[in-house]
Structure formats: structure tokens, C-alpha cells
Design a protein. Structure first.
Length: 100
């Protein structure tokens, strides 16, 4: 009986380790941008896993980029200024509305 419980515990531990997600600066920057867009689960996930990383794409950066997109309508120019991943700050409706 004890061996059986030990075996089941070990199997459960192995499978729970397989489902864990690895968080690094890149993943946390993506979560930060999703959080800015209002993706529901990203805020909690970001707060639980990304506090130790220096985030480049903060809400302020996303807001600045969105204002630039609204002003110029040129997504290529915005990507050049802020970096390729900045597009993750924008919703599809933002891109349809403001991008040429």
C-alpha cells in the first residue's frame, strides 16, 4: 500500500513538472503586452511570474507606441522605433483602425 502511494505521488510530481511553463524576459515581455491589450489571464500570470525581470515593453511603452501609430499610421515606422515585438501591444482593431 505504501509503495503504491509513493509510486502515485512520484508520477503526479513528474507530470506536474511537465506542465510547468518556463518564464524568461521574452515571455514576460509578451505577457506585459498582452496585459496592456487586456487579455484576461495575462495580468495574473504576469504578476505571479515576472516580478524579477526588467520589462522593456511596459504599459507606458505600449501607450507611447499606440499614440505614435495613431499619429503616423505607419506600423513599420513604429516597429523600427520600438522593436519588432511592439506589434503585440496592439489589438486587431487598433491595427485596422490606425495602420495604413
Amino acid at each position: 500500500m505504501i509503495k503504491h502511494l509513493l509510486f502515485l505521488s512520484l508520477v503526479a510530481l513528474l507530470f506536474s513538472g511537465c506542465n510547468s511553463k518556463h518564464y524568461d524576459v521574452h515571455a514576460c515581455n509578451i505577457l506585459s503586452m498582452k496585459r496592456y491589450k487586456g487579455v484576461p489571464t495575462s495580468k495574473k500570470e504576469f504578476e505571479e511570474n515576472c516580478k524579477s525581470f526588467e520589462i522593456k515593453y511596459t504599459a507606458e511603452v505600449c501607450q507611447s507606441a499606440l499614440q505614435g501609430l495613431m499619429r503616423t499610421g505607419n506600423l513599420k515606422e513604429i516597429k523600427k522605433e520600438f522593436g519588432e515585438p511592439i506589434e503585440n501591444c496592439f489589438s486587431e482593431s487598433d491595427l485596422k483602425r490606425f495602420s495604413n
